[in-house]
Design a protein around this ligand. Structure first.
Ligand code: NAG
Ligand code: NAG
Ligand code: NAG
Ligand code: NAG
Length: 503
């Protein structure tokens, strides 16, 4: 009896543990299944994807959905094109990047007339040779391989080729006719290769050419002649020391020469680039400020980048200001105006071209107030404060304590004899307890000395209390707010007025 109870209790106690162990085991099996399943099928943007990427696969399984349109096989261990590929026929994108491929592409790809994009980036190709078949490929990514040899016929069989990425390879030259049959080639990336010259191949359709980071030291005057549609060329991060005179392209709009070692321009540098619009010359070795005549043949120039050059503002020539105006006049060609900075001579380092120029030729206008000006201003203010204190003291002495002094006074505009005179205004100054007098009060003050003795005579008790003298003779009768309201608004005006007095 007792043992039964104990057994039941034990079972009840163990039940959850047993159950959960089973569940865990089943879950583990499910995950195992998923991992055994090398490919995932899903639809994205209306295209059937077969995703076998990142699995370390050496081979593909046989039971695949061969109707897939996007085939993702990147980051596996394929050394050859998997034979199962033959079974596909609707593929638009084949991504075989990050594998160990080095063989020419298989013949059956010529039957894939839907194929748009072939990604063979990050494989082991060291040459790229045509096998004579025609492919419909539009975008070909061959970046990050070890390609050093490309022959005349390499791309002759890809009439639809639109985008070609050959960056990060070991190419040091391209035969002139290599793209002559790629009539649709639009964009070519040759960055990070071993060129020492800009390759002068022909491509009537090419619009965008990237040759960044290639150790290029030579740009020939006719390098771009064979590219009759070229709009944009990136030659950044190379070793160019000069731009050849009359470098010619009738179509070129964007020229990126940033981070080279160019130190001068001439009037012929851009004279044969009539459509030049964007010019990047950041990080070069320019010192002498350009002349506007260097750009006289470039009416469409609209964006110029100049940061990171060590401009010499020595001499502060008129040319400096003209070029500054040419570059910054609205609409400004310089995106970053602050990049027009003088590097030498040392007394203008870090100043903008304009500041350096103005400071040299018009030192007073731009310079901060000189010591004498400040001293003068301080002196005047102190004088006024002292005067106002003296006045306040006098009023306190001369006014009768039982009769509060009137706050306001009505002035006669003409100041004619018999009427309260202008001097009577001065009486009110001390009443504004902690405030120095206004501009007009200050103007009137010196006269105070001569009439101190008669001050009490001018106090007119009958005047309406709400009228106070105003700041200029022209609006003496103007109805002004009372003292308390005015106090806060007086100070800023006063500072302005002081400066006016100094001048
Ligand atoms: C797919 O290709 C493999 C390898 O070439 C072949 O053995 C298999 O029969 C093909 N399957 C279909 C359905 O065509
Ligand atoms: C090719 O694959 C690489 C790496 O997998 C990727 O970075 C690159 O964008 C792809 N190229 C194209 C043209 O899609
Ligand atoms: C020029 O090339 C540099 C470096 O490659 C890049 O950072 C910059 O954005 C390019 N300039 C323009 C205008 O595209
Ligand atoms: C800076 O120094 C140069 C001489 O190197 C001198 O001609 C110029 O007037 C100086 N400019 C200013 C703003 O002090």
């Amino acid at each position: 009896m007792a043992s039964d109870v104990i057994l039941t209790a034990l079972l009840l106690w163990l039940m959850p543990a047993l159950l959960s162990a089973g569940v865990v085991k089943r879950q583990a099996e499910d995950e195992q299944d998923l991992e055994d399943q090398p490919c995932r099928t899903y639809t994205l943007n209306g295209l059937l994807h077969l995703d076998c990427a990142n699995r370390g696969l050496k081979d593909l399984p046989d039971d695949l959905d061969y109707s897939a349109q996007v085939l993702l096989l990147s980051n596996n261990n394929f050394r050859t094109f998997p034979p199962q590929l033959q079974n596909f026929s609707r593929v638009e994108t084949l991504d075989l990047s990050r594998n160990y491929l080095s063989h020419t592409i298989p013949n059956y790809l010529q039957d894939w007339d839907t194929l748009q994009t072939l990604n063979l980036s990050n494989n082991l190709y060291d040459t790229w040779i045509s096998n004579g078949r025609k492919y419909s490929i539009r975008n070909l990514d061959l970046s990050k391989n070890k390609i050093n040899a490309i022959d005349d016929r390499s791309f002759t069989t890809m009439p639809n080729l639109h985008f070609l990425d050959l960056s990060e390879n070991r190419i040091n030259d391209l035969p002139p006719g290599v793209f002559s049959e790629a009539h649709n080639l639009d964009s070519l990336i040759l960055s990070r290769n071993y060129f020492s010259d800009v390759p002068a191949f022909q491509s009537p359709s090419l619009r965008s050419l990237h040759l960044s980071s290639c150790q290029i030291a030579n740009l020939n005057v006719d390098s771009l002649i064979g590219m009759g549609s070229l709009v944009e060329i990136d030659l950044s991060i190379n070793q160019l020391e000069e731009i050849p005179d009359n470098l010619a392209s009738y179509t070129l709009q964007e020229l990126n020469l940033s981070y080279n070692s160019i130190n001068s321009l001439t009037d012929s540098s851009f004279s044969s680039l009539p459509h030049l619009a964007v010019l990047d010359l950041r990080g070069n070795e320019f010192r002498d400020v350009w002349s506007t005549s260097h750009f006289s043949s470039n009416p469409f120039l609209r964006e110029v980048y100049v940061k990171g050059n060590r401009w010499s503002c020595e001499g502060f020539s008129v040319n400096l200001l003209l070029t500054y105006e040419f570059l910054t006049k609205e609409p400004s060609k310089i995106v970053d105006r602050e990049s027009l900075i003088c590097y030498t001579p040392s007394n203008v380092t870090q100043l903008s071209w304009q500041q350096a120029y103005i400071r040299t030729w018009h030192p007073v206008e731009v310079s901060t107030p000189s010591f004498t000006t400040i001293a003068l201003m301080v002196g005047v203010i102190i004088g006024i404060v002292i005067t106002s204190c003296v006045c306040r003291g006098l009023v306190a002495v001369t006014s009768e304590p039982s009769r509060p002094p009137p706050e306001t006074t009505q002035l006669n505009l003409n100041g004619s004899a018999g009427q309260p005179r202008v001097e009577s205004v001065i009486l009110r100054v001390p009443l504004r307890e902690d405030l120095p007098p206004t501009y007009d009060e200050a103007l009137l003050m010196p006269r105070l000395n001569s009439s101190f003795h008669s001050l009490p005579d001018f106090v007119d008790e009958e005047e309406p209390r709400n009228y106070r003298r105003s700041r200029s003779i022209g609006d003496l009768t103007e109805h002004r707010p009372r003292l308390g309201d005015r106090r806060s608004m007086r100070r800023p005006i006063e500072i302005h007025t002081r400066i006016a007095i100094d001048e």
